[in-house]
Design a protein around this ligand. Structure first.
Ligand code: PHE
Length: 444
């Protein structure tokens, strides 16, 4: 560990695990499969994979690079680096948009984290045992229709998040290893999918594209989800980079994090869609997809009680490692800009986000007709963040890293030879930024 005043990761492994812990979460297990379903399958998946490789990876590395140089929170880091390189302090906007996005995302993320908690209880008490798709669907619909239930579980999830964050950085962040156990259960469920007789259909649905399904809105959804799932554009990865020692190879770390994250998403798809097709469920049914498909399997397979409870427990853990990383930047900002101490700042941020989450959860019942531009509050929060704020902030980060930082030092830092660095330059200066702009332009 070097002798800086700023804390550092206890090990390279700790850093990679924490970054993975932030990346792998509800985005992979809950959001990815239902977005695939709503976007019509493989065309979305392939564009998403392209976005991850060509846009996500360079932005992930850029955020870490910026964070490692700045050694501060995202807003101050951007402001300071910009000043050092003779640019306007307005670059701090990248950090500001990011923190605001994290604030908004956590409000609805916590609602879904609450679903995972509630389903852990249901799975453990045998609620799903022997039920058919009608019964499982009725449980989910009943759950959504009850503001009190949703509020209870949303509050419980938010409370857990607040308590962990209030305890402090190192205690809170290096928890990535829990997601490994979740991977195991997902594998089992992929295995179960193979026995349903609809596995081939699911594989074709996920990987054999019908390009007629591809339009501007699918492109934007895929791009937005690439940001969401890798926790990009929120200053989160930038903040992680600020705790990073010189010895960590960023490209290699990015490879590990991205492969893990993508594997989780694809396995979730391979576990869920066989159940969808084998039971004649609707792939496009929306946010309830994972909460209807997997319980159907758990309720009707040997050992489903244990497996189901464990699955939702681990999903809750995975959601928590992400939610603490969402709360962290908001708390840091309050700590720095106000006289609040860590605990007060955490509680104030937590309560505010919790309150906004109530508006999000009411979208599923009492306020389902409260809409702006055709979107209810829940969808609106998701839309504005994933499809707008994250790509914009990520764009800012990569443009800064590729055009404003001193490139000789970047080359040295990325440990690339001439060819490798030329490739990096093309990706970071042109492909990734123009890709984001292209998708935006397509949607105007
Ligand atoms: N990447 C997390 C997921 O896929 C969500 C998240 C987004 C976490 C942004 C932190 C920041 O679930």
């Amino acid at each position: 560990m070097s002798a800086t005043t700023h804390a550092q990761w206890s090990s390279r492994m700790g850093f990679v695990l924490a970054a993975t812990g932030s990346a792998v979460g509800l985005g992979n297990i809950w959001k990815f499969p239902y977005m695939v379903g709503q976007s019509g399958g493989a065309a979305f998946v392939l564009v998403y994979l392209l976005c991850i490789a060509l846009i996500g990876v360079p932005i992930l590395v850029s955020e870490w690079m910026i964070g490692r140089r700045g050694q501060k929170n995202p807003i101050n880091t951007m402001a300071q680096l910009a000043r050092q390189h003779g640019h306007t302090r307005n670059w701090a906007l990248v950090g500001i948009v990011g923190v605001l996005a994290a604030f908004l995302i956590l409000s609805f993320y916590s609602v879904i984290g609450g679903w995972a908690l509630a389903y852990m209880r249901d799975a453990a008490t045998g609620t799903f045992s022997g039920l058919d798709k009608g019964g499982i669907g009725a449980i989910f619909d009943g759950f959504l229709a009850s503001p009190a239930e949703l509020l209870t579980w949303h509050s419980a999830f938010m409370l857990l998040t607040v308590v962990i964050v209030a305890m402090g950085v190192s205690a809170g962040l290096e928890r990535g290893s829990k997601v490994m156990m979740l991977a195991l259960i997902l594998m089992v469920m992929v295995g179960y999918g193979m026995t349903t007789g609809a596995f081939g259909q699911a594989v074709a649905y996920l990987f054999n594209p019908d390009w007629s399904k591809l339009d501007g809105s699918v492109l934007l959804a895929a791009l937005g989800h690439a940001f969401f799932t890798l926790s990009l554009g929120m200053g989160i990865m930038m903040a992680y980079g600020s705790y990073l020692g010189e010895d960590v190879n960023l490209l290699r770390a990015a490879r590990t994090v991205v492969i893990m994250d993508t594997t989780f998403a694809l396995c979730a798809g391979l576990a869920i869609f066989p159940i969808v097709f084998a039971n004649g469920l609707d792939p496009a049914s929306g946010p309830g997809l994972v909460f209807v498909t997997l319980p159907l399997a758990f309720g009707n397979m040997g050992g489903g009680l244990v497996l189901g409870s464990l699955f939702f427990l681990l999903l809750t853990f995975a959601a928590l490692t992400s939610s603490i990383s969402l709360l962290e930047p908001v708390v840091e900002l309050l700590e720095e800009r106000t006289p609040m101490n860590r605990v007060t700042a955490t509680v104030v941020a937590g309560v505010t986000i919790w309150a906004l989450g109530i508006a999000a959860l009411l979208s599923f019942n009492l306020w389902s007709e409260v809409k702006l531009a055709g979107l209810n509050i829940f969808d609106l929060l998701d839309y504005v963040t994933s499809k707008f704020m994250l790509p914009l902030a990520g764009l800012g980060a990569i443009v800064f890293a590729a055009w404003k930082l001193e490139q000789a030092s970047v080359k040295h830092e990325l440990r690339l030879g001439d060819t490798g660095f030329a490739l990096w330059t093309v990706l970071a200066r042109y492909v990734a930024p123009l890709g984001v702009l292209y998708v935006f332009w397509n949607n105007i």
